[in-house]
Ligand binder design. Sequence first.
Ligand SMILES: *[C@@H]1O[C@H](CO)[C@@H](O)[C@H](O)[C@H]1NC(C)=O
Ligand SMILES: *[C@@H]1O[C@H](CO)[C@@H](O)[C@H](O)[C@H]1NC(C)=O
Ligand SMILES: *[C@@H]1O[C@H](CO)[C@@H](O)[C@H](O)[C@H]1NC(C)=O
Ligand SMILES: *[C@@H]1O[C@H](CO)[C@@H](O)[C@H](O)[C@H]1NC(C)=O
Length: 581
Amino acid sequence: MMQPIWLLLLLIGLFHLSHQATNTWVWRCNQEVCVRQHSNKNSIQTNVFRSIEECRLVCGADGSIWPLPSVKFNKSSKLLDINPNEITFELVGSDPVKEILEENVKIFKKNILSECRGACGSDGEALNIKVIVNSTDVSLNWETDESYELKSNNLFWKINAATVFGARHGLESLSQLIAAYNAQDKIGLVTVANVHIVDKPFYKHRSLMIDTGRNFLTVETIKRQIDAMASSKLNILHWHITDSQSFPYVSVRVPNLSRFGSFSENQVYNPQDIKELRDYAKIRGIRILMEIDAPSHAGNGWQWGPHKALGNLSVCVNKQPWRYNCIQPPCGQLNPANIQVYNVLNALYKDIVEQFPESEFFHMGGDEVYFPCWNSTPEIVNYMKQQGKGQNKGDLLDLWGEFQENALAAYDSAVGNSDTKILLWSSELTNPEAIEKYLDKNRYIIETWVPSYDPLPQSLLEKGYKLVISTKNAWYLDHGFWGNTKYYTWRNVYENRLINHRNVIGGEVCMWGELVNGDAIDSRVWPRAAAAAERLWSNSYATTKQVEARMYRHRERLISRGIAAEALTPFWCYQNEGQCL
Ligand SMILES: *[C@@H]1O[C@H](CO)[C@@H](O)[C@H](O)[C@H]1NC(C)=O
Ligand SMILES: *[C@@H]1O[C@H](CO)[C@@H](O)[C@H](O)[C@H]1NC(C)=O
Ligand SMILES: *[C@@H]1O[C@H](CO)[C@@H](O)[C@H](O)[C@H]1NC(C)=O
Ligand SMILES: *[C@@H]1O[C@H](CO)[C@@H](O)[C@H](O)[C@H]1NC(C)=O
């Protein structure tokens, strides 16, 4: 038998524990740092924040918006509890603008409710948000004005933007000015009473590359990447959709490409999938940049030519031993000696052009042609002989240049003009000594993927080429998982500054798909890609030490929004800012 006195003490202890569990900690803002301390139930504490997220909203000049507003960010330290059920919107804009705004209002509401995991209480004030968009133009391209102004006066908020996509960024920032608190068994939302933000991106090209040639990604998985991009104000999803391993893109005009090239009937992208993703992305201010890599990185999917009397469209397909025929298994390269290749490309490009009628750009890949493959293919060697050419590197480069010229003509014929900007990976064809012979600087934009110490980008800029920079030793997010490469932390990603030159139109983080599929991609990409997003949007001079707390906060935000972003630090360090530097 337990003595009554012990029973009583046990009950008191249990009561105490259960009560404490709801709200053990509160935070104080001390010299721009949120400091954790025990909450004291028995006395009213003043000047404390009910969650780290609430503290982060106002503690320090930079608050919690990621990427940091680039022109002006002024805010009060006053907070207001708000009722998520009583947020009203006034949308000012013409019809196509309004539709996109309405979609973004839904996204906004979903995002703020995610802060309290759907368990927000309804205490607090009603909020009124007015969004004014000047332009009726809803086209999205490099010239789109993405700027916005956001102002709040207690319960009245106003977003002003030239375009609907600027307004979208404004709503994104506003959602990041709202956080959850947790106090006395109550969970609710809180915002900053007075804010003035003027904001616009530093670079107009801010992209993430995904690769569905090596491992398939479902439409849902790609949508999650788009959600996370929108949360971080990235604006271009570069889709390396095919590779020598598989051809999951369903071409209406050339169905054999995916029939022979996909991993299975289910692992394909139908025209409806492409359209769905295109529209999903656009609402979020994101364009899809399609890439069909050629002439290398093309094999599976191209094998059916001989049966259709089109000859060999590709050569060295799945050839072994692969090390003698390509850089990575399975081998495969398009056959530049077969004129039919360009007809098939033309038909394929027509499908893509129809799906992206507004597109001002297209990515033709163009990396890593492996000359020994072409050189060991009799029909290619004979083709070169007929032109009086040999098998030396210069002649092979000419052949590659000829392929590129014909592929461009196939594209131009598909689209009906010669205006589309073509992106190409840097390669032997883009070497400073060779490039001007093969690639017109008014048509081609070069995506360099060399390490930061490599002089290539600078040389190409001096020759007048426009660049998208994907710094290999910082923005290749797959590195550290194969070969002798290093894993680049979010700090490495953040610290990567691009060359400051008007012809650097932006940069890209790349997630190659050899060692990642839908089960792991969220954590491989996020939140590291967000570190690049701030570099591209704000290009601030801040150190990673200065932005660390805000970055950790953004990681938690991505988690709330359903992105399985990796942990950057023990949770204790998130709760105890500046203690783990
Ligand atoms: C920002 O706000 C502070 C204090 O509210 C004010 O002194 C300052 O002038 C403002 N800055 C700008 C650029 O408006
Ligand atoms: C919207 O148009 C008005 C009137 O032309 C102009 O004063 C204002 O600056 C414009 N706002 C934006 C954000 O472009
Ligand atoms: C696809 O390939 C098969 C087998 O090689 C061929 O019989 C068929 O005609 C091709 N279909 C089309 C639409 O080209
Ligand atoms: C096509 O490739 C096959 C297999 O490598 C080869 O036997 C054939 O001769 C090639 N066709 C031509 C026209 O060269």
